[in-house]
Design a protein around this ligand. Structure first.
Ligand code: FMN
Length: 355
């Protein structure tokens, strides 16, 4: 089966094509430091057989936090805890490709001042963000690069830029939330390109991206925009692309609509977007979103390079190993999203279907 074959990228080797997609843990201390419960979560994931484990989003700037108890990578004091986390994961399985997800919340925050490329209200929260000044954007670019260097020092194998789901980088690439007239608006992918280049100046850590291919918002990002950004980033040395979609605001526009219904019922709902991107680039491309069975995963790999799972591994972190041993061929995650409700309430990540 292709699912259990090796995936080789420019600088990394993954023992299979199953990734754990970034999933916020809500387990750091109040200063963003790693805790024992966070380490335990990742030990279990490392036992579970996924070749690649992407951490939950980590804040790169002190003023870019999305939620309380989010893991921080914004200052050197964070490195010690992150190093311990990496070494504990590697003790369980040295072959795991461990990836730190780097994020700035932008306007999607409950705990920082909401900022964004432009002053566009988020109707799902009523938040009207402050427009970032050019010097602030340059400082954030630097924060991403410094955080990538910290990830490298902590021993991570790669970083992933979070440019999905309406967080700051996703706000920059979206024509809906980025209405700037300066260079960061004329070329909406510029901030990501700057970050990628700045990281490459500072260190050697491979850089991946999780990117929206569609915002599901009127006037939002469409797949053709995502294809262009992907091509530019590939030329600048990006390692791999994980395709996703939607912003927090999307649910407001499409309340009872196809997206929420599709997300409940359909498997692999971003696959068509990922295939469109894959046709235009050489680097590995995979997708996340509703993948629940070996059958669907295997079919996706006819066109894509890997598949990512989030909620199924909250439900059962050992699922990839069970799939490999043939003990299971499906997840029993029912996509009820109670895990998401928990983290929105500030409670640590877990599946509420387990009692
Ligand atoms: C509780 C929870 C936390 C999440 N946290 C993150 C995150 O920190 N970063 C991210 O990129 N996506 C995050 N996501 C989105 C998932 O990575 C994934 O894209 C989405 O859940 C769809 O995949 P799935 O059907 O396999 O769960 C989160 C999802 C859930 C349910």
């Amino acid at each position: 089966m292709r699912l259990f074959t090796t995936l080789v990228t420019e600088n990394l080797e993954m023992k299979n094509r199953i990734f754990r997609s970034a999933t916020a843990e809500v387990m750091a201390d109040e200063d963003g430091r790693v805790t024992e419960s966070l380490i335990e979560l990742y030990r279990n994931l490392a036992k579970g057989g996924a070749s690649t484990i992407i951490t939950g989003f980590m804040y790169v700037s002190e003023d870019g936090k999305a939620i309380e108890k989010m893991v921080g990578i914004s200052k050197d004091e964070h490195i010690e805890g992150l190093s311990k986390l990496v070494s504990e994961v590697k003790k369980v399985d040295e072959s795991v490709v461990f990836v730190a997800q780097l994020c700035h919340a932008g306007r999607q925050t409950r705990v920082s001042e909401p900022v964004a490329p432009s002053r566009v209200e988020d109707p799902s929260t009523g938040i009207v963000p402050r427009e970032l000044r050019k010097e602030e954007i340059e400082r954030i670019v630097d924060d991403f690069a410094k955080s990538a260097e910290r990830a490298e020092r902590a021993g991570f194998d790669a970083v992933q830029l979070h440019s999905a789901h309406g967080y700051l980088l996703s706000q920059f690439i979206s024509p809906h939330t980025n209405r700037r007239e300066d260079e960061y608006g004329k070329r909406r992918g510029k901030i990501i390109l700057d970050i990628l280049e700045r990281i490459k100046e500072r260190c050697e850590i491979p850089v991946m991206i999780k990117m929206n291919a569609c915002d599901f918002i009127p006037r939002g990002l469409e797949v053709k925009d995502a294809v262009e950004i992907a091509k530019t980033l590939e030329k600048a040395g990006l390692e791999l692309i994980e395709v996703s979609g939607g912003m927090h605001e999307s649910a407001f526009h499409y309340k009872e609509n196809m997206i929420s219904r599709r997300i409940q019922k359909e498997e692999a709902y971003f696959a068509e977007f990922a295939k469109k991107i894959k046709r235009e680039v050489e680097i590995p491309v995979g997708c996340v979103g509703g993948i629940r069975s070996v059958e669907v995963a295997e079919k996706l790999l006819e066109h894509l390079d890997f598949i990512s799972l989030s909620r199924p591994l909250i439900r059962d972190p050992l699922l990839p190993a069970k799939w490999m041993r043939g003990e299971s061929s499906e997840s029993d995650c029912i996509s009820c999203n109670r895990c998401l409700e928990r983290i929105r309430r500030g409670e640590p990540l877990r599946c509420e279907m387990i009692r």
